[in-house]
Design a protein around this ligand. Structure first.
Ligand code: MC0
Length: 140
């Protein structure tokens, strides 16, 4: 069901500083920047690699307000890995299959994600403490 790691989401307090860090230390390149009001984030995707099943990225996330998912995460835990996004072929079908196994779905239906993807989150408490995102890329 999971095709690849689409991205690792990293929560940060200053997006521009963190982009500069990933560019200068790892030589990564920003391929997309978006503000997602619904998710309460300003974010950048940095390309890591291409594979048979699609590309993988680091996603840097800065909260738009303290009272957002990433804002609350930063207040509680500080900067660091916020979630893992896995590529799937069909996010609606994957949600159905995963939900049937008793995992709590944060999103019952896909929402709009970075770079035109359809995304949905699974509750971290049912995935061993890992906020998990399913990503159906618009690029394949
Ligand atoms: C919260 N918890 C986490 C967590 N966030 N555990 C692991 N990883 C995370 N990122 C834990 C808390 O420590 C707490 O555990 C419990 O979950 C409840 O957290 P809370 O602080 O009380 O917050 P809630 O319950 O209001 O919300 C948590 C929840 C929320 C995961 C449901 O953040 C959510 O709906 N996230 C999905 C949307 C999201 O994250 N959007 C931003 C990225 P304890 O043990 O202390 O009770 S948007 C994105 O990434 C898009 C743009 C894209 O990829 O394209």
């Amino acid at each position: 069901m999971l095709l690849r790691i689409d991205h690792v989401g990293v929560a940060c307090t200053n997006l521009e500083e963190k982009i500069e860090f990933y560019e200068s230390v790892f030589g990564l390149t920003v391929v997309s920047r978006e503000v997602n009001e619904e998710q309460g984030v300003r974010e950048a995707m940095l390309h890591v690699a291409d594979g048979d099943q699609g590309a993988s990225y680091v996603q840097l996330l800065e909260p738009l307000h303290p009272d957002t998912a990433v804002g609350k995460f930063l207040a509680k835990r500080g900067e660091g890995v916020h979630h893992i996004g896995y590529g799937v072929a069909d996010v609606t079908k994957a949600l159905e299959e995963i939900g049937a196994k008793g995992v709590r779905l944060i999103d019952q239906r896909p929402r709009h994600g970075s770079m035109g993807a359809s995304i949905a989150f699974l509750h971290p408490k049912d995935v061993g403490g890992v906020l998990t995102e399913l990503v159906e890329s618009s690029r394949r």
